[in-house]
Design a protein. Structure first.
Length: 112
């Protein structure tokens, strides 16, 4: 099993979620986060004054899935989160040793 974590622009969340759901990837966790990448934040102008917003609002999507589904999910996220601009996000893939469904005690892929 693998865990895919995607950090994306907030305005792309609905599009990414809909694209995943169309391919029957409906189980996910979503969190509002703040972060920065290579651009080190964003310069904004408010009432004629320029200031640096060091940590930019982002959304984090977490999905645990079977190994064979990872590349498909990554491709869906890449295509639906893409704008071509700095700050489109990142995708991280991690190994998951085990999963346990609390209600039934099922383990492994059966718990997904």
């Amino acid at each position: 099993m693998k865990k895919v974590e995607a950090i994306i622009r907030p305005e792309k969340l609905d599009e990414v979620k809909a694209a995943l759901e169309r391919e029957n990837f409906v189980s996910m966790s979503v969190s509002e986060i703040r972060g920065r990448g290579r651009q080190k934040g964003a310069k904004l102008v408010w009432r004629g004054t320029e200031y640096l917003m060091e940590f930019v609002p982002k959304m984090k999507i977490e999905i645990v899935l079977r190994d064979e589904d990872v590349e498909k999910v990554v491709q869906i996220i890449r295509e639906s989160a893409y704008t071509g601009n700095i700050g489109d996000g990142k995708i991280f893939i991690m190994h998951v040793e085990d999963a346990i469904r609390v209600r039934t005690g099922e383990r492994g892929e059966a718990a997904l």
